[in-house]
Design a protein around this ligand. Structure first.
Ligand SMILES: Nc1ncnc2c1ncn2[C@@H]1O[C@H](COP(=O)(O)OP(=O)(O)OP(=O)(O)O)[C@@H](O)[C@H]1O
Ligand SMILES: [Mg+2]
Length: 239
């Protein structure tokens, strides 16, 4: 569904991605693990068209994305849930959700149906629909960020560290939500540092380190590979 080949992205003279290649299959949960500064957000920004690559190709449903605008990429069905939620803080919950559907402007009935289905999926958002998004708790903001992305009816959801900075109980809830979405057949690329939780739900795992893919395999293959396990999952896998 998504095929990234030889991607290079730089900030000035610094190469944040060096020759990154990966694939994400339809209906699968593909996870990219890596430490701080590995280039995870850079990778998702490049795929979503927010950053331009120096080299390489990004094919989504056989269409080359590296030359088209972010708004067009969203219309193709590729939607990013950014790091640190980034909801619109001064808009209400319902306004944030409607903003997520901007690419489907004109399909009012369909958008209203989706709004109702988000409220069913995330009852807390229904309770809070008039509240300013910036005053929601961290976990509620993350649910809103996911729901806002779903309002675009994505074919592939890109999620950037959805569990970061949340209390353990809320982290579990967020991972349950991701697992449910995946079980429903939504294709997902999940970027995480929580290796244990991510491995438990992922179909395929890539390790990204200093801008390079250093491992590609199933969660079982990581378990079986002591060197990879110790070098890249280290203490994280104990937590
Ligand atoms: N706007 C920028 N200007 C210059 N360098 C940047 C910029 N954004 C990121 N970088 C650098 O690019 C590298 C990759 O950063 P990136 O944010 O993609 O990492 P990450 O894997 O998402 O890290 P984290 O887990 O902390 O979110 C880092 O060395 C970072 O300092
Ligand atoms: Mg990041």
């Amino acid at each position: 569904m998504l095929e990234v080949n030889g991607l290079v992205t730089s900030y000035g003279l610094i190469k944040a991605l060096r020759n990154v290649s990966l694939q994400a299959e339809k209906g699968k949960l593909t996870c990219i693990l890596g430490p701080n500064g590995a280039g995870k957000s850079t990778l998702l920004f490049t795929i979503a068209g927010i950053l331009k690559s120096d080299m390489g190709s990004i094919k989504f449903l056989n269409k080359e994305l590296s030359k088209i605008k972010t708004s067009e990429i969203v219309k193709e069905g590729l939607v990013l849930v950014p790091e640190n939620r980034l909801v619109f803080p001064h808009l209400s919950v319902s306004e944030n959700l409607l903003a997520g559907a901007y690419s489907r402007f004109g399909k009012k009935n369909e958008v209203e149906e989706d709004l109702e289905s988000m409220y069913k999926r995330f009852p807390i958002l229904k309770e809070r629909y008039l509240q300013e998004a910036g005053t929601l708790s961290g976990g509620e903001q993350q649910m809103l960020a996911v729901a806002r992305a779903l309002m675009a009816r994505p074919k592939l959801l890109l999620m950037d560290e959805p569990s970061v900075g949340l209390a353990p109980k809320i982290v579990n809830t967020i991972f349950e939500i991701i697992k449910t979405l995946s079980d429903e057949g939504i294709s997902i690329v999940l970027v995480e540092q929580n290796a244990v939780k991510a491995s438990a739900i992922a179909d395929h795992i890539y390790l990204l380190d200093q801008g390079e893919i250093t491992f590609s395999g199933t969660p079982d293959q990581i378990e079986d590979n002591d060197i990879i396990k110790r070098a890249y999952l280290g203490d994280i896998s104990e937590s």
